[in-house]
Design a protein around this ligand. Structure first.
Ligand code: UDP
Length: 235
């Protein structure tokens, strides 16, 4: 395996599967199978999950809701997704812990860095819920922050496209995919990998990002074993 400790970022929307809203149990079970494949190889797996399938603070604000209030709802949504993912993983016999950035002790452990690392060392999959615990941030920022804190080798951003393209492949049929690209080139070319806050944090801390299609079964294993799947962003 190319990576020993990874941070997997899953968007909330990915959990919807074919649905318009909420969580698709079939999709969740598929993700759990993919995660088990790498955990069984001894890879230490931490996961940050989004909340966009349930609530987005910006969407609330555009409907007249207070932004901070909406962001709190979004953060709670990530805890809900975290609980769902935890169940799906446990159904496959994987030991897990859910740590939340906002205290919700009856439901999840509080985020404690050393404890998270200890869980990983013991082979438990650690899910980080609650984003960063702060409004005006995204779960991409939370993913990069946690990855740096736990000293992950890489952040794997599982999406529904198979990498970073010269332009939007859903709109431009001449778009070509990068296998590798530097942080600087992503910025120079104005490509979108993560929001700027998350992306800069990753760049400054020299944390590579791999963008890959999480909806193709077996892709996660390929990425972790070093196959050239998706796009790697590095220095
Ligand atoms: N959020 C937040 N602070 C964080 C992470 C998330 O306030 O550190 C809120 C924010 O409202 C965001 C929502 O939670 O819109 C869901 O997260 P995100 O949109 O990043 O989820 P994804 O797009 O990955 O599903």
């Amino acid at each position: 395996m190319q990576y020993k400790r990874i941070l997997l970022k899953l968007s909330g929307e990915a959990l919807m599967g074919e649905r318009q809203y909420g969580i698709d149990p079939k999709r969740l079970a598929e993700y759990a199978t993919d995660i088990k494949e790498i955990a069984d190889q001894g890879v230490e797996v931490a996961i940050v999950i989004g909340g966009g399938n349930i609530f987005r603070g910006v969407a609330g604000a555009s409907n007249g809701m207070d932004r901070v209030q909406g962001d709190h709802m979004g953060m709670l949504a990530t805890v809900i997704n975290g609980l769902a993912l935890q169940s799906a993983l446990e159904n496959k016999g994987i030991q897990t812990r859910l740590q939340s950035a906002i205290k919700i002790n009856e439901v999840a452990e509080p985020f404690i860095r050393r404890r998270a690392i200890r869980h990983l060392e013991k082979g438990r999959v650690v899910i980080f819920g609650g984003g960063t615990g702060n409004p005006y941030f995204t779960t991409d920022s939370a993913a990069v922050l946690r990855a740096i804190e736990i000293e992950a080798d890489v952040i794997l951003k599982g999406t529904r496209v198979d990498g970073i393209y010269t332009s939007d492949p859903e709109k431009d049929k001449n778009a070509t995919k990068f296998d590798f690209i530097s942080f600087d080139d992503v910025l120079k070319k104005g490509l979108k990998v993560m929001d700027t806050t998350a992306f800069t944090l990753s760049q400054e801390n020299e944390l590579p990002i791999v963008v890959f299609d999480m909806n193709k079964r077996g892709n996660l294993y390929k990425v972790v074993s070093g196959e050239n799947v998706g796009t790697t962003v590095n220095l």
